[in-house]
Design a protein around this ligand. Structure first.
Ligand code: SAM
Length: 249
């Protein structure tokens, strides 16, 4: 089988075409519900509505579809932020059960401004749910920061310190909201067995798919935006020696 396949499609429609119980890990970084339009050199997309009921109507079908396509012990990592993390956790709990909750991961990215009105917002949230208790998990190791362990590696905690991409970063491909490969590499290796299938139903520039293929997993993805498909395809093709298949709908 080809190691990656991407399609231009709405997430829910795309996932409906997948077999039930076929996906080991679903990572998604869906529209955060900012109500804004994101624009950069190679992409521009309208985020989902910020109003809670509109966002619920938008996201609930995604959660149902993800639950269906996951293997009996599959994992979902839902990347979000302060706007809707509390709602998304409840909706995930309703579908996966309270016992499906594994972690509320904090991605502390560092960059960004300050505020005179509140504590500056410097993290995103990644909700980790598993469909069954026998899920795959290989604890990632990160550099220790305590004086006692300085220079050694230790198991990562649920707070991940990974710098966000600055404008000069080598891996920047011009997609607004592009996430760092270092973050996705850590998550994919931790939560998907080698050879397993990683799904990203709204891949944007394709960072999760690159992390999957580069670490010996298979990748499947959907995005509604043709510009995202073009950017992700460029990035995937630049990986060496892998069979390729792309389908546009
Ligand atoms: C936050 S970006 C993903 C960024 C990505 N993680 C990266 O590293 O580049 C969200 C993506 O969701 C896509 N999107 C929005 N609505 C969608 C839908 N209904 N189905 C599939 N993709 C959608 C947008 O086109 C955009 O590429």
């Amino acid at each position: 089988m080809a190691s990656w396949r991407i399609e231009r499609s709405d997430a829910v429609r795309g996932m409906a075409s997948l077999e039930s119980g076929s996906v080991d890990l679903c990572y998604l970084d869906p529209p955060f519900g900012t109500g804004r339009t994101h624009a950069a050199a190679r992409g521009r997309f309208a985020d989902a509505a910020s109003e809670p009921h509109a966002y619920e109507a938008f996201m609930r079908p995604w959660i149902d579809a993800i639950h269906r396509v996951l293997t009996p012990h599959g994992i979902v990592l839902l990347h979000c932020d302060w706007r809707h993390v509390h709602r998304l956790r409840l909706w995930l709990e309703e579908r996966f059960g309270a016992e499906g909750f594994v972690n509320h991961i904090v991605w502390r990215y560092g960059l960004g401004g300050s505020s005179a009105r509140r504590f500056a917002r410097k993290h995103d949230d990644i909700l980790f749910f598993a469909k069954g208790s026998e899920y795959f998990f290989e604890p990632p190791r990160v550099p220790a920061t305590s004086a006692r362990l300085r220079g050694r590696m230790k198991k990562a905690t649920d707070v991940l310190d990974v710098p966000s991409l600055n404008n000069m970063a080598h891996e920047r491909c011009g997609w607004p909201t592009q996430k760092p490969l270092q973050l996705l590499d850590l998550l994919v290796r931790a939560c998907c067995r080698p050879g397993g299938l990683v799904l990203d139903p709204c891949f944007g520039s394709g960072t999760s798919l690159i992390a999957a293929v580069a670490s010996g997993r298979r990748a499947r993805g959907f995005d509604v935006d043709p510009a995202a498909v073009a950017v992700a395809e460029d990035r995937l093709r630049s990986l060496d020696g892998e069979p390729r298949l792309r389908t546009r709908t």
